[in-house]
Design a protein around this ligand. Structure first.
Ligand SMILES: Nc1ncnc2c1ncn2[C@@H]1O[C@H](COP(=O)(O)OP(=O)(O)OP(=O)(O)O)[C@@H](O)[C@H]1O
Length: 642
């Protein structure tokens, strides 16, 4: 060590030399990348906080993040680190202003997303898949058929080796430790060798050793010519020495940008000497938090809110030329948005969803057993009444109960499961794994298979036990309408939960079902002529109305002959099915129309959840009706906060 070095510089040098020995070497398949430098100027970002109010989170910040460097965005809690990262990655951009240049050219969000990856703070992974399978799906989706099978396997092996995940290759993702989950998040995004990697707090929840290993890995990725930018909470001196560039944010403004070891002279120049043996990262964060009085304006001015490059004195890596980068940019523009076609994505996603569903064997068994038990209970309660003319109204009760069973059983799991799934979709879709069309098609198909199986089990039990008409036509029609109700209810649950979180969704879903059920049965006992016009119009919005019409038509419609009146009964009022249909207000009900309308609602709910999800993934603030409905519910009926 040079004797001319200050104490802090010597400490820095010591940690840096030590870290150098631990930086892993890149595998063959993570070849070096041409440089992608990011420069931003006068970036402002505002979020709405109320009807007429907003909050300015980023205030005219500027900065320069070079390729080949590991950059840390540091700052006190709430300073705006994650927001800056989100805006730079393009994850949020709704109400932002300012310029972002990529290699000196204004960022085109669409192309930029092809060369960057964003690793979010939450390590949510696809349950039920092993580490290797997750990597394989990632490779198949992102690289498609353009890369041979053996090449993909070699690449996966390289990445798993680099991230020390080889030993847990066969472990399912839900059994991984926190550090392993974090490394898997990084591994999944390394598959197509991105040039820019954003990471939101990659060391949160990790112990010192795992944090060091994680940052060493990021450093090695940066060495390969990538631009690696992460937000991070106060790192130890040892970790801090790993960063090539640090960007400190306080109150949405930049208070320092440059080499970590230059923080000490920078602060000293501004009359804030860092105590000896004090971690400069801790000190500047304490200063910007106001521990030693208010100095932020002075620091922001000194660093020109990020415009000053004086402290960013590290030369850019030599090996990469801008020419290469421009060539790569040009090629990127020609590349399709996704690694494989919509059809291939659909096949891969369906395969993934189906294997996840069937591997969660406890859930499959629970669903099947539940349908058997409910079937036996309903069948037992309405035992052998289907052809008994003295129990016709009671049998109508069976039809109604079956419809409610097929509404609640598919809807409630969708309300609970989908908000969690949305977090995964956000990550995978943002990082260009697949488009939403193929995801939705795969989701629909994969859920349909289990629903069909469960429906067949329930229907076989109840239809036989309750002695409904043993005519094939009626059996088929009853089964079809029941399955349609089930899939429409599942789609209804997904439509709600694609906008709301679990708590609000579980409140709103059943609450909306109540009027739908009431509208479904409104005319019972009064006949169709007595229905007020406004109720009649409202009834058209209840898919359950068409559901019950379909069930009743299948059982009693189309000229069913008179039922058997038991000898012990003197008089059976509803012996003739047409009389029952009149009293129910369903004399004009037609099974084909009812089935078509339930199917129409299924499609409508699917379209709603698709549009809502697309809007959420785009992260654009719109004034659309769905956004407003979501805001309204969150604002005035948010049971999650009460
Ligand atoms: N949608 C929003 N509505 C209102 N305020 C918001 C919103 N998003 C962020 N903020 C506020 O903006 C500020 C910066 O948030 P951000 O998450 O970027 O901070 P951070 O520096 O990453 O904090 P931490 O280190 O605690 O994660 C915080 O005060 C936060 O409350």
């Amino acid at each position: 060590m040079s004797p001319a070095m200050s104490d802090q510089e010597q400490i820095f040098q010591y940690w840096r030399d030590l870290a150098e020995e631990h930086i892993p070497k890149m595998g063959f398949h993570l070849a070096e990348r041409p440089p992608v430098d990011i420069e931003f100027t006068d970036l402002n970002y505002t979020v709405p906080t109320g009807k007429n109010s907003s909050k300015l989170i980023l205030r005219s910040v500027s900065g320069y993040f070079k390729s080949g460097e590991l950059t840390a965005i540091l700052g006190p809690s709430g300073a705006g680190k994650s927001t800056l990262l989100n805006v730079l990655a393009g994850y949020r951009g709704g109400d932002g202003t300012g310029s972002i240049l990529i290699n000196g050219v204004p960022r085109d969000a669409r192309y930029f997303r092809k060369l960057s990856r964003y690793i979010m703070q939450e390590d949510v992974h696809q349950d039920g898949l092993t580490v290797f399978e997750s990597m394989k799906y990632s490779a198949d989706l992102k690289l498609g058929a353009s890369v041979g099978e053996q090449q993909k396997l070699d690449m996966i092996s390289d990445i798993l080796e680099l991230l020390r995940l080889k030993k847990c290759k066969a472990t399912t993702t839900n059994r991984l430790s926190g550090g392993e989950k974090k490394r898997l998040s990084i591994a999944l995004e390394l598959v197509n060798n991105p040039a820019v990697i954003f990471l939101d707090e990659p060391t949160t929840g990790l112990d010192d050793l795992s944090s060091a290993q994680c940052l060493n890995l990021l450093k090695s990725l940066a060495r390969g010519g990538r631009t690696v930018i992460c937000s991070i909470h106060t790192p130890s001196a040892k970790l801090f020495a790993l960063f090539d560039n640090v960007y400190i944010v306080a109150e949405g403004q930049c208070v320092f940008q440059g080499l970590g070891e230059d923080i000490v002279p920078f602060l000293a120049q501004n009359g804030l000497p860092c105590p000896k043996h004090f971690n400069p990262a801790d000190f500047i964060i304490e200063v910007s938090s106001g521990e030693y009085g208010y100095h932020n304006d002075k620091l922001v001015n000194a660093i020109e809110n990020g415009r000053c490059k004086r402290w960013n004195r590290k030369p850019p890596p030599k090996d990469f030329t801008r020419q290469n980068s421009e060539r790569e940019f040009h090629q990127l523009r020609k590349q399709p948005d996704y690694g494989c076609s919509t059809w291939d994505q659909f096949i891969l996603l369906s395969k993934r969803m189906l294997s996840q569903q069937w591997r969660d064997i406890n859930n499959v068994v629970l669903k099947l057993v539940m349908h058997v038990v409910v079937g036996l209970v309903v069948g037992g309660m309405f035992f052998q009444i289907g052809n008994d003319a003295s129990k016709t109204l009671f049998n109508f009760g069976f039809c109604y109960v079956s419809m409610i069973v097929f509404m609640y059983i598919p809807m409630l799991p969708a309300l609970v499961w989908f908000p969690m799934e949305v977090q995964l979709i956000k990550r995978e879709h943002f990082n260009r794994w697949y488009n939403l069309n193929s995801y939705f098609m795969a989701l629909t198909v994969s859920r349909l298979i289990q629903q069909l199986l469960c429906s067949v089990i329930y229907i076989s039990i109840v239809y036989y036990m309750t002695n409904q008409p043993q005519e094939w036509g009626r059996v088929v029609k009853f089964s079809i309408i029941m399955v349609l109700i089930a899939i429409a209810s599942d789609a209804f649950g997904l439509a709600i939960s694609s906008r709301l979180d679990i708590i609000n969704g579980c409140f709103v879903g059943p609450a909306i079902s109540v009027p739908l059920m009431l509208l479904g049965c409104y005319s019972f006992g009064i006949g169709s002529n007595e229905i007020p016009l406004w109720v009649f119009i409202s009834m058209q919005f209840s898919y359950l109305r068409f559901g019950i019409e379909g069930i009743v038509s299948a059982i009693y419609g189309e000229g069913r002959p008179a039922m058997v009146c038991p000898v012990e009964e003197i008089y059976c009022h509803y012996k003739t099915p047409t009389l029952l249909l009149e009293e129910l207000g369903m004399e004009k009900a037609n099974w084909y129309i009812a089935a078509t309308l339930v199917f129409f609602y299924f499609i409508l709910f699917k379209v709603i959840s698709f549009v809502v999800l697309r809007q959420r993934l785009r992260r654009a603030r719109s004034t659309g009706i769905i956004w407003m409905v979501g805001r309204f519910i969150k604002r005035y009926f948010n049971v999650a906060t009460h």
